[in-house]
Write a protein that binds this ligand. Structure first.
Ligand code: S3P
Length: 425
């Protein structure tokens, strides 16, 4: 895919459905009694992997006009898969589903593509094993394929070393099948969609005064109507484009602004970016807003600590913004970037360097000295959707950007290039 310099992006766009919430709507819908109806479901490859896995365990999922219908079978209604469960590129599918699979009365095997099978799974195997689960890495390397033999589980109190919603959610989902309470402490608050949604489906999930999340088993889940807000992680590319590309004016409709996901908005404000919040909705469930964005002179900033989990997937595009901003941007406490779909720390550094940027990778982040003249380059994305989209936006400023393997955007944003074209002047 070749990206040329843009004369400005103008228009109104709808942001595709949130990936995290879409995954959860299928999983929780499957474990609920009755039908779950989902509006604005993200039909990206990752969420389709979750549907495929659930279908292999007897769950029927159908499309009805604009809605996705999940016909739940209750907490104990899944049936043994006849084949290996294929999570594709999706860490969320693998880790959340492992928590569910650990408490079933059958055995299963779950795996995925070459990126997924090199990502760390010990982070879920350890707490699940403490709960009594029988889970092992087939190759003995702490990665998928995972073999999970369903077993009786006990609730645990667990301090996760990483602030990861996938780890937290995995433990809480296993907790649905455990005897006694399950309590999770995180070093910083990760996205809380599991807590919000499990509660809406009827589970007993609370946040204690010390910040721990407690799940008390015993309640059944009931099918719900889920309204999926637009994914801020997808909006991020067009927020950045609207701020960076001269002559732009973009209205992004229905951008999810859950406070555990909105770190990118805080960073844009800290960098001097101008946004106008036009209309707000779903304040009582998953807050969202329409956002108007126009070009702004951005300056460097420091991004560290508790904000990192709230913008973890946005760091590739934030790094691109920093390269075009004036002055220095320092990103710290982001070692998790090394174990995403790719080693994003290495890939961001390599690709920005190819563009002529001044960037230094550190152990847990990077230092970007912005404002250097940048040029288009051949960009290596290694199948990583977020890398492809971040550097496509950079290409709107430099021109001559060659992105190999750009089709991988289908993982989270199948219509990304179409939307880019529609907004182009
Ligand atoms: C996700 C959690 C995050 C995020 C991923 C989606 C989720 O991963 O990077 O894209 O839906 O729970 P970690 O929990 O590993 O940080």
């Amino acid at each position: 895919m070749k990206v040329d310099r843009s004369n400005g992006l103008r228009g109104t766009m709808t942001v595709p459905g949130d990936k995290s919430i879409s995954h959860r709507s299928v999983m929780f819908g499957a474990l609920a009694e009755g039908t779950t109806r989902v509006r604005h479901f993200l039909s990206g490859a990752d969420c389709l992997s979750t549907i495929d896995c659930m279908s292999r365990m007897g769950i029927s999922v159908e499309k009805d006009n604009e809605e996705l219908l999940i016909h739940g079978k209750g907490l104990h209604g899944l049936t043994a898969p006849t084949e290996t469960l294929d999570a594709g590129n999706s860490g969320t599918t693998t880790r959340l589903l492992s928590g569910i699979l650990a408490g079933q009365r059958f055995s299963s095997r779950i795996t995925g593509d070459s990126s997924l099978t090199s990502r760390p799974m010990k982070r879920i195997m350890e707490p699940l094993t403490q709960m009594g689960a029988r889970i092992r890495s087939e190759q003995g390397n702490g990665c998928a394929p995972l073999i999970i033999d369903g077993a009786p589980l006990q609730g645990i109190t667990y301090h996760t070393p990483v602030a990861s919603a996938q780890v937290k959610s995995c433990i809480l989902l296993a907790g649905l099948y455990a005897e006694g309470l399950t309590r999770v402490y995180e070093p910083a608050l990760s996205r809380d969609h599991t807590e919000r949604m499990l509660r809406a489906f009827g589970a007993d999930v609370a946040t204690d005064a010390d910040g721990s999340i407690v799940l008390t088993p015993g309640r059944k889940l009931t099918g719900q109507a889920v309204e999926v807000p637009g994914d801020i992680s997808s909006a991020a590319y067009f927020l950045a484009a609207g701020l960076l590309v001269p002559n732009s004016e973009i209205i992004l409709e229905n951008v999810g602004l859950n406070p555990t996901r909105d770190g990118m908005i805080c960073v844009i404000e800290k960098m001097g970016g101008q946004m106008t919040f036009l209309k707000r909705y779903h304040e009582d469930t998953e807050p969202a807003a329409d956002i108007l964005v126009r070009p702004s002179q951005l300056h460097g900033t420091v991004i560290e600590g508790a904000i990192i989990p709230t913008l973890i997937d946005e760091l590739p595009i934030i790094a691109v913004m920093a390269a075009f901003a004036e002055g220095e941007t320092i990103i710290k406490d982001a070692a998790e970037l090394k174990v995403k779909e790719t080693d994003r720390l290495a890939l961001i550094t390599e690709n920005l360097t190819r563009m002529g940027a001044d960037i230094t990778a550190t152990d847990d982040g990077m230092i970007i000295r912005g404002g250097r003249p940048l040029h288009g380059a051949a960009i290596e994305v290694q199948g990583d959707h977020r890398m492809a989209m971040a550097f496509a936006i950079a290409g709107l400023l430099t021109g001559d950007m060659e992105i190999a393997d750009a089709a991988c955007v289908s993982v989270s944003y199948p219509t990304f290039f179409e939307t880019l074209k529609n907004l182009s002047r």
